[in-house]
Structure formats: structure tokens, C-alpha cells
Design a protein around this ligand. Structure first.
Ligand SMILES: [Zn+2]
Length: 336
């Protein structure tokens, strides 16, 4: 079904890039590589389907793909009409990640969609497979790297980033292991690491672990950074090079987002912000998939609010086009 030579081409590309110190100019979508220039306006943290049943019970028979497509597609067409070109789907393994579903939706909507590799340790490890408790960081990393090289679960579909999740307190040993595994996977694949984190304490611990593994903070997205109330910590992490994910935009929190964005702009760090809604999604087990929150507030509320606050077209383009392409383009970020 897929060109088997492709992984070799990608490996060669990454090898050449690491020799020259240059980054590649591609992102990896569920339909294969796309030039970063084709990424366009992007939502960097959304969901199509999430199943909270837990790693011990989840399986793909819990949802009917055609029913999910019918439910989700209108929301994707809606954002395509608003100018969106790429949606980064952040549902991890064992929480309903379904690359085949995402490919179907990408084909029928015309949007680029990215999926991920990695494990989610937040919520007391309910979504971690049993073997992840005992395997080493290297063993986990080789599982994730295998998804990059050979595709996910025999689908031939490759991840476009690494998604992990940690608790909101100081990191447990298990969660430290996930970060080490993510670091080692990054060095082998050039995939960016997005970690569900929240407050600053675990975020800075993650950055420290990445550094000790030789990975620069430029490879790290601090997911749900809006949960951190001391905005100086956004500035501090962004100055280190990390991406600040302000990814919970909804119809009712414009003033909070304007304040957080302005704070980073005042510190010349507009180039480190990633915006999204963390919205969606089809809930297996609920009638017709339950409540589905659309992905429009950024287009219909936040961008107009930024215009009112005198953000220039160039600055808005930086936030919704340039930053996502810089954050998700494939390339290894080593500490100099
Ligand atoms: Zn999410």
C-alpha cells in the first residue's frame, strides 16, 4: 500500500540534515510528508476522538469509524472554510489514537492531520499499558521509534510528533522515564516532544531531563502552559527555548489569552507561542459521541480580539502559521 523505500529516504534526509546542522523542511502528516510551507494556518492541539475507558479495556471495536467520521467531518470542514490547513491531533496511544480514522478524515476534509507516538502518564497512569511500568526508557523509545520507521500498528501511517503526559506535581520516577524515552526518541527521529504538563514545576523538571539527555528545549512543547498562573514562568521557559502551548482557547477566555500572549510579546517572545483549543471530540460509549466542541473560537474570537489589541497581520501570522511550522518540522535539536 505504501512506498516501503520511504523510511530509508527519511532516515537519509535526517542523517544529512544532522551532518549539515540544518533542519528538514517537512512535517509528517497521516498522509505522509508535507513541506512546511504547506502547513499553513494550524491548530496545534485538538482531538477527534478520546476514549477514557483506560489502557486495560480500550480497543478499536469501541467505536464505529463511519459514525465518528459523520460526526467529526462537519467540524473539520467548518475550520477549513475559516482558513485552517493543518490540525494536530493530540490523542495519545491507549486514549483512542486511531491513525486510520484520522487518515479518512484528512482525505475527506482536505486538512493535513498529524498523529503521534508516545505514552500518557497523567491521571495516575490509567492510560499506560502494563509493560510500560517495567520496561526501560530505551525499550519504550525503541517502540516509539519503530512507529516512526515502520508506521503505527501496521497501518504505514507515521507519527508527526511525540506525545507524552505527566502529572501536575514534581515528576514521579515513572514519568521521568517517559521524558527520557521521549528525549532518546527525539534524537533518533527528529520528532518534537509535546508533553501534557500544566504547571511550571513539572515543566522545568522535564526541560532539565531533556538537557541531561542532550536535547535542546527547542524540541519541547510545554502543553497546557495556561495552567501556570505565574506568567514569569512562561517567559523563563520560552527564553530557554521551549514552546509555550496556550492551548485551551474557548469562547469565554479571551481576556486571559490576550494577557498571556501580550506578556510574551512584551518580552520579545511572540515566536515561542503555540495556540489551540484542546477541543472536540467524539466520546465512545455516549449517544452519537456525546458533546462535541468545535474548533472555531480562535478564528472567530481570538484573532479579532488580537486585531483590536493592535496586533499586526505579521504578528498574527507568526502565531498561527510560522510558529506551528517551526515547532513541528522534523529535525533534531541537540544541545550545542
Ligand atoms: Zn488535549
Amino acid at each position: 500500500m505504501r512506498n516501503r523505500k520511504f523510511p530509508i529516504a527519511i532516515c537519509l534526509l535526517l542523517f544529512l540534515n544532522s551532518c549539515s546542522g540544518k533542519k528538514s523542511d517537512i512535517i509528517m502528516t497521516v498522509n505522509g510528508p508535507v513541506s512546511v510551507s504547506g502547513m499553513g494556518v494550524s491548530l496545534i492541539h485538538e482531538h477527534i476522538l478520546v476514549d477514557f475507558i483506560g489502557a486495560d479495556s480500550i480497543n478499536e471495536n469501541r467505536w464505529d469509524r463511519s459514525e465518528v467520521v459523520e460526526r467529526a467531518l462537519p467540524y473539520l470542514i467548518q475550520i477549513k472554510k475559516l482558513g485552517c490547513r493543518t490540525l494536530v491531533e493530540c490523542t495519545p496511544s491507549f486514549l483512542g489514537k486511531d491513525p486510520v480514522l484520522l487518515k479518512t478524515l484528512s482525505d475527506s476534509s482536505g486538512l493535513n492531520i498529524l498523529t503521534n507516538t508516545g505514552y500518557y502518564g497523567a491521571v495516575n497512569n490509567k492510560f499506560m499499558p502494563k509493560y510500560a511500568f517495567s520496561e526501560t526508557a530505551d525499550e519504550l523509545s525503541s517502540r516509539w521509534t519503530n512507529e516512526w520507521v515502520n508506521g503505527i500498528d501496521g497501518t504505514g501511517i507515521r507519527p508527526g510528533f511525540i506525545k507524552i503526559g505527566v502529572g501536575s506535581e514534581s515528576l514521579s520516577d515513572l514519568h521521568k522515564k517517559l521524558v527520557v524515552a521521549a528525549a532518546r526518541t527525539h534524537l533518533k527521529t527528529g520528532l518534537t516532544i509535546a508533553s501534557h504538563t500544566g504547571p511550571a514545576i513539572p515543566a522545568f523538571e522535564e526541560i532539565e531531563i531533556l538537557r541531561s539527555e542532550g536535547v535542546a528545549p527547542e524540541a519541547f512543547i510545554w502543553v497546557h502552559a495556561q495552567a501556570e498562573k505565574d506568567l514569569n514562568n512562561h517567559v523563563k521557559a520560552a527564553r530557554m527555548g521551549a514552546w509555550i502551548g496556550l492551548d485551551g482557547v474557548d469562547d469565554n477566555n479571551m481576556s486571559d489569552y490576550i494577557r498571556m500572549i501580550k506578556n510574551l510579546r512584551d518580552n520579545n517572545l511572540l515566536n515561542k507561542i503555540l495556540l489551540s483549543h484542546d477541543a472536540g471530540w467524539y466520546h465512545p460509549g455516549e449517544k452519537n459521541g456525546g458533546d462535541y466542541r468545535g474548533y472555531t473560537a480562535l478564528f472567530e474570537k481570538l484573532i479579532p480580539a488580537l486585531v483590536t489589541e493592535n496586533f499586526s497581520e505579521k504578528e498574527i501570522n507568526q502565531l498561527v502559521v510560522v510558529n506551528p511550522s517551526e515547532a513541528f518540522k522534523i529535525g533534531v535539536h541537540k544541545i550545542n
